[in-house]
Design a protein around this ligand. Structure first.
Ligand code: ZN
Length: 372
């Protein structure tokens, strides 16, 4: 237990925000694995980005199990914290810090479970693969890089130790991030009729979006698709007609939903607005897409996993994960880990120390169930 707590604290203190990158955090884990004689490789790029991959070999008579973590955390935000976000303060039987639940707690528990299995001398029939990926919170660059690599071989399943408070999660919505930009013509605003106001053009789009319904049938577990316009930027000076305005839109998508359809709908709206107003000019670009995740709840892996951890059913979760980038391996993906999902990305994020130990025990049992 002290080792697991110290590992979590070191990972939090490594401050793997988008600004600082993952390399410092990545260097901690191989040292920890080495104590149990496990080799782990750091795959580093762009000076401070990093994935970690470790593989515990078996006799290979069964498919492997992949634990897929992420190393990065979101920035601590503007709101002051009770405990400094990167000091990993232990108080009230908890460890506080950015990443405590999302997802350095689950990562420390997975590393600990793998070490304990190896130290116990268990006779493994399938390999244990451990991935801690870069950039999950931004663009999933680490998971995409891993998925494009040599491949893990045949997998029994993928376990993502994100915080689910020990619910077994088999589905989440996907993401479609769009940027819409209008262009106009700058002019002195004492004579606005000489310009084309890009903010006015954006107003026309926003009015249209009020009534726009995304074409997607509700999903039995995940409910409906959602759309929210979350940023707007436009105008340079109080006395200049603005020639640029842009908004960014977060759409949460359902399994099987065609994101191109939404982009086509937007283009149709722009075309109509232009036909009514020749000076109207707008463009759309896709900033990021992540597919939804939907793992077959009736497959053997899911059933065995649920019985192994004492869960009666699988559930959906509100956030997205690297899971959709790992389904290319053809194995079922489940999310299961310690801590409250509601604490993700919030000030004073923490994990209960008892949950850490519980998670390590669950992961050990899962390894034994599928690989021995
Ligand atoms: Zn996460």
């Amino acid at each position: 237990m002290p080792a697991m707590k110290e590992l979590l604290k070191a990972l939090i203190e490594a401050e793997s925000t988008p600004g600082k990158g993952e390399l410092a955090a990545a260097e901690i884990v191989p040292a920890e694995f080495r104590r149990a004689g496990i080799d782990a490789a750091i795959d580093s790029w762009d000076s401070n980005r990093a994935n970690i991959v470790a593989r515990v070999k078996s006799d290979g008579s069964r498919p492997a199990l992949l634990f897929a973590c992420h190393l990065d955390v979101v920035a601590p935000g503007e709101t002051p914290w009770k405990h400094p976000p990167f000091q990993a303060v232990e108080a009230d039987a908890r460890i506080y810090g950015r990443g405590a639940v999302d997802m350095k707690g689950g990562t420390a528990a997975a590393v600990t479970a793998i070490k304990r299995i190896v130290e116990s001398g268990a006779n493994l029939h399938g390999d244990i693969i451990f991935l801690a990926a870069a950039g999950e919170e931004v663009d999933s660059c680490g998971a995409i890089r891993f998925a494009a690599g040599p491949g893990p071989g045949e997998l029994a399943g993928v376990v993502i130790p994100e915080p689910t408070d020990f619910d077994v999660v088999s589905a989440h919505r996907g993401m479609l991030w769009l940027e819409v930009a209008t262009s106009g013509k700058a002019a002195h605003s004492s004579k606005p009729e000489l310009g084309v106001n890009a903010i006015n053009s954006m107003r026309l789009i926003l009015n249209e979006l009020e009534h726009y319904e995304i074409p997607a049938e509700p999903h039995e577990m995940l409910g409906t698709c959602s759309m929210s316009v979350n940023t707007i930027v436009g105008g340079k000076a109080l006395n200049v007609v603005p020639d640029k305005c842009s908004i960014r839109i977060d759409i949460r998508t359902l399994p099987g939903q065609k994101t191109e359809r939404v982009v086509d709908d937007f283009r149709e709206i722009f075309a109509r607005l232009k036909s009514e107003n020749p000076e109207f000019d707008a463009d759309i670009s896709v900033m990021r897409t992540v597919d939804a995740l939907e793992t077959d709840r009736d497959c053997d892996f899911v059933k065995d996993f649920c019985s192994c951890v004492g869960a009666r059913e699988t559930k959906p979760i509100g956030f997205t994960t690297d899971g959709p980038h790992l389904v290319t391996f053809g194995a079922p993906v489940l999310i299961f880990g310690p801590g409250q999902p509601t604490l993700c990305h919030k000030p004073d994020e923490y994990i209960d120390i008892t949950d850490l130990e519980k998670a390590a025990e669950y992961y050990q049992n899962i390894i034994l169930r599928f690989l021995t």
